[in-house]
Design a protein around this ligand. Sequence first.
Ligand code: HSE
Length: 414
Amino acid sequence: MAKGNVAVIGYGVVGSGTVELFEKNLESINGKIGRECDIKYILDLRDFPDSPYADRMIKDFDTILNDPDIEVVAEVVGGKTFAYDYTKKLLSAGKSVVTSNKELVAAKGAELLKIARENNCNYLFEASVGGGIPIIRPLNKCLAGNDILQVCGILNGTTNFILTKMIREGMSFDDALALAQKNGYAEADPTADVEGIDAQRKICILGSLVYGRHIYPEWVHHSGITGITTDDVEYAENAGYSIKLIGSVNKIGDDKLGCMVCPRLVPKSNLLASVDDVYNAISVTGDGVGDVLFYGRGAGKLPTASAVVGDMIDCLKHRHTVLAMSWEDSDSNDFLVPYKQIETAMYVRVKIADAEQYKAKLSDMFGGLIFIERANRSSDELAFITPVIKEADIDEGLKKIAAAAEIASKIRVL
Ligand code: HSE
């Protein structure tokens, strides 16, 4: 039987982890595939003379593309430029591609899945969401019998790590981010992590997969964690909530979806509230299964490699078999409800002179509010949680006190 040759493009954090894990478990992988396989090439423009795999390092992409023995390629370069070009060429040549590149899947998934299908090969991306957590396959297979009502969770390891370090250990934002970078969790440009862009890509992938039509990131509202203050954390704790960066996609009515990424107050009774450090957790609600929670390390070298290698094995096992997974491209976002029209409860902190006198007025305005206390709350501060109403109506209400008040924080409640 022909040897199963694979290649790895990119020898960064995930690429080196992929090679390390594949080689460490090679014997058992051979057993699982039922034939011999190995990594033939590792493509990277940098030199790694001291690497134990130096003899397999190459710099020319065409060597991989033109080698008929290469069945599967792990694209772990990231980004949308080289990775897009390489992936299209490889799939068009009938070579399966597996990836952790959520940016590319979120931007070009529908197109790349179509090319794979047309060329009798596979484009798999288990590692693109949730690091080492199995979520793409369960959604595509095990839970496929459900009408999925909601997918929602902590999708970014870096921000969850930073929030945990800041809240539990009093570490500064910058120190926590530096540690996340050192641990290999953060993106090359960590703005994507802290501004919610990475989680936005991931919720788009999950939403596209579940609802069968491409949800482009630019259609999805996102905000990150940079505006969260220790004041808000204290109020949230006092009211029985943790603050987490949450990505969510859910059905609204029969044919519309809500989709967004933002920090949220998560009730302590919700399991997501106790997901800390680099861990991610994704909660799926189906009409048959009810609630299911997927939990594990959401970033890092070997956890992400675990998902990449799993996909490589799947492709090697199913050579010339298209593993059914696809969604349609979308030319309009009219199936997404604008985020301001979505109903939510909102935590609000306002700065307002003589705050006490506004309590009754604000309460009347919103039809009831839960006011939150903290030790030594200053006389010019109020923190409260609104009832569940359209976000646009919350904004309208807050406008009415705009002349007297400064809106210091607004955080949606899960
Ligand atoms: N930067 C990403 C994160 C890596 O922190 O979740 C895993 O996708």
